[in-house]
Design a protein around this ligand. Structure first.
Ligand code: DUC
Ligand code: ZN
Ligand code: ZN
Ligand code: ZN
Length: 485
């Protein structure tokens, strides 16, 4: 039978090697990787271009209400379109429980909205703000069985933070039922105390956000999250890691063989605290939590990504407009504690790293593929369908022109944020054509599919977890041996 799609003459960059092969697609899957394939019904001559697996962005916020009640600027349509234009073909945003909300309803709501609007495939992580008995005994296990095999917990924010006891409950429950726990690690009271001193002295400007979120607060909470996970001998994923001391703690834990994982993001490689000090309120455009740090922090993040201490490079796209609906709820009178927290990054995540590190010669295309796609799929239970160019995988593909030069202009991006923290940057390398399950999503700088054509991914057991055992949990065997036999 004929191929639905043949992409010929590209340099195919997989997670393992660069291949001179044609790629054949049928029924949405990669079915042939060989020279001189027969023409497909869609036949693409990709001479001079690179074919990469579509990116997997396992950390983004879409159509999500913040704990302060602010709605993201992007819905599932604008977010997924923006992702696709930037070479990403899978997103795993959050379904956010707020305290008092029933988890099944939260999930049903996100499912309904994403199914109607996403143009690429998507999964969800559950944000767990209220780990009640009901949540831990019934709702979370059910969500995991339904393919939501990861959850995020917070150590800060008044309305989200869990205490250490609750963290242990969640880590043990996730271990029992087969989910990976992502942790936002910042010490709540350290940040709260610094912020209080700053505000009391009249320091209200955006840059004081970065002062309040001192690196030591991230380091302290990272250390504690690792200690809690190690007590139970369970995996943990530290998300949006920015502080050198946090990276060092993850590195040490991993050296000891602990299943501790880390993720970082473009804002920690390509922004600094100085950006938040731009005149007036302009600095708010660069404020996220944890905040961008300094040049030494940028270098530590890059080294962590290169040596495997940090496994993932995600966007942490948290889109808020630069107005009363988002960043500046009180207009010009807004102080740093009142700003919505987060920066956009879905569309530029891959082009920023590609230009700086791959074109810049600091990172191999294989390492880029692993950091932007393969490991996301593996660690979060989507491999081998997603995240690589291998036989049998979904034909989620991005054709890159490694020489295309672009100047970042917010008005040319497809999100609804209205500004870009990377405005004016010159980038080399851009994804010029993108497929999701063999359907062309982006071609000639135009969207080719309708909203709602993306599918929910029922994720399996995360690769970050050890193989399931039928016996008692590791912590019980160690701490309560008489119960474990
Ligand atoms: N955590 C995130 O993951 N994103 C934005 C802000 C935050 O606190
Ligand atoms: Zn967070
Ligand atoms: Zn002062
Ligand atoms: Zn986030």
């Amino acid at each position: 039978p004929t191929l639905d799609l043949t992409i010929r003459n590209a340099l195919v960059q997989t997670s393992r090697s660069a291949l001179r092969v044609d790629v054949g697609v049928r029924d949405g899957r990669i079915v042939a990787l060989a020279p001189d394939l027969p023409p497909g019904r869609e036949d693409v001559d990709a001479t001079g271009l690179w074919l990469l697996p579509g990116g997997v962005d396992s950390h983004c916020h879409v159509e999500q209400l913040s704990s302060a009640g602010v709605m993201c600027a992007d819905d599932f349509e604008s977010a997924s379109v923006s992702a696709a234009f930037g070479g990403t073909t899978t997103i795993v945003p959050f379904a956010a429980q707020h305290r008092g909300m029933a988890i099944p309803e939260v999930l049903a709501d996100y499912h309904r909205r994403a199914a109607a609007r996403s143009v690429i495939d998507y999964g969800f992580h559950l944000i767990l703000a209220d780990p009640t008995e009901e949540a831990l005994s019934t709702d979370l296990p059910q969500a995991i069985r339904d393919g939501i095999t990861s959850l995020k917990v917070f150590m800060t924010y008044d309305k989200l933070k869990l205490d250490d006891y609750q963290m242990l409950q969640v880590l043990a429950c996730a271990d029992e039922h087969g989910a990976l726990v992502m942790v936002h690690a910042e010490n709540h009271d350290m940040i709260r105390w610094i912020a209080e001193q700053l505000l009391r002295h009249g320091h209200r400007a955006p840059r004081f956000h970065t002062v309040a979120h001192d690196a030591s607060a991230e380091g302290e909470a990272t250390n504690r999250a690792i200690a809690l996970a190690r007590l139970l001998e369970v995996p943990v994923m530290l998300v949006h890691v920015s502080a050198p001391e946090s990276i060092e703690m993850i590195r040490s834990a991993r050296r000891l063989g602990a299943p501790v994982y880390g993720e970082s993001c473009p804002q920690y490689l390509y922004l600094t605290a100085e950006d938040t000090a731009r005149p007036g309120l302009e600095g708010a455009k660069f404020c996220c939590s944890p905040p961008p740090r300094d040049a030494a922090g940028q270098a530590a993040v890059f080294d962590g990504l290169m040596d495997g201490t940090l496994s993932l490079y995600s966007s942490d796209h948290a889109p808020f407009r630069f107005d009363e609906s988002g960043k500046l709820p009180k207009g010009p009178a807004t102080h740093f504690k009142e700003m919505a927290n987060g920066v956009p990054g879905l569309e530029l995540r891959l082009p920023l790293l590609f230009s700086d590190a791959v074109v810049g010669g600091r990172m191999s295309p294989q390492q880029f593929v692993q950091l932007t796609a393969t490991r996301h799929a593996e660690l979060y239970g989507m491999a081998p369908r997603k995240g690589d160019i291998v036989l049998g995988a979904d034909a989620d593909l991005a054709l890159w022109d490694p020489t295309r030069r672009t100047t970042v202009r917010a008005e040319q991006l497809h999100d609804r944020v209205g500004y870009s923290p990377y405005e004016g940057r010159e980038l080399t390398g851009w994804p010029v054509q993108v497929w999701s399950r063999g359907r062309c999503v982006v071609r000639d700088a135009a969207l080719q599919v309708a909203p709602g054509s993306g599918r929910f991914i029922v994720r399996g057991r995360p690769g970050a977890l050890p193989a399931p055992t039928s016996g008692k949990p590791a912590w019980m065997r160690r701490l309560l041996p008489e119960l474990a036999d």
